[in-house]
Write a protein that binds this ligand. Structure first.
Ligand code: FNR
Length: 184
């Protein structure tokens, strides 16, 4: 049975490079995993006043996470951190206090940007957040991918051999990490 991976893409843009990267990883995972892409664009801005009247979109997000074996974060970098839309979704899914959706699940972080540092700063900020919500975040391998035009096709195929092998290694290690935690 394939692992169920709940995927956060930290960009809402239609032509998102990070969405392409997530598709590439899904393809490379093959039969070992099923990727479920989480909708985060409709999650209301988190407001603690609503912990007792939780927004339905937040409950939906939490249920999707709970049904997954693992969580994968594929994120853009905005101003040397993670996009607000992603932080909002994580804050929502972590609440109300004591009823967060992440507790104990395996997770991993990856991202791509046109800059040479390839989302390194955003990923480091994100790791800080994910450890606090008690996800079991894979330490290595890290993957900071500098996006160049044509690196990943719209369907997630990767023409460059070196890049494809690098991403294959990353996804293989991630699924091994998931395997050491399997729960449900
Ligand atoms: C960016 N971009 C960017 N890139 C980067 O490497 N480091 C950064 O700090 C930032 N900051 C930043 C802020 C804002 C508000 C925007 C809109 C963009 C560029 C960013 O990497 C680029 O737009 C990517 O294409 C975003 O990822 P997606 O949407 O293609 O997945």
């Amino acid at each position: 049975e394939p692992y169920r991976i709940a995927v956060f893409v930290g960009s809402l843009r239609k032509e998102s490079h990070n969405r392409r990267l997530a598709l590439a990883l899904e393809k490379l995972a093959g039969e070992r995993a099923r990727f479920d892409y989480l909708r985060i664009d409709d999650i209301p801005l988190y407001n603690q006043d609503r912990d007792s009247d939780f927004p339905a979109q937040g409950t939906r997000l939490k249920n999707e996470i709970r049904q997954a074996d693992a969580v994968l974060f594929v994120t853009a970098e905005y101003n040397r951190s993670i996009p607000g839309v992603l932080k909002n979704a994580i804050d929502t899914a972590s609440r109300p206090y004591g009823d967060g959706a992440f507790d104990g699940k395996p997770a991993a972080v990856i991202g791509t940007s046109p800059g040479a540092a390839g989302t390194a700063m955003a990923q480091q900020h994100l790791r800080n957040v994910l450890v606090f919500v008690n996800l079991s975040v894979m330490a290595q391998p890290e993957a900071f991918l500098q996006y160049k035009e044509g690196l990943i096709e719209a369907d997630g195929s990767v023409a460059n051999d070196g890049t494809r092998r690098f991403l294959q290694g990353y996804v293989d290690r991630f699924l091994d990490w998931v395997g050491t935690h399997r729960q449900r």
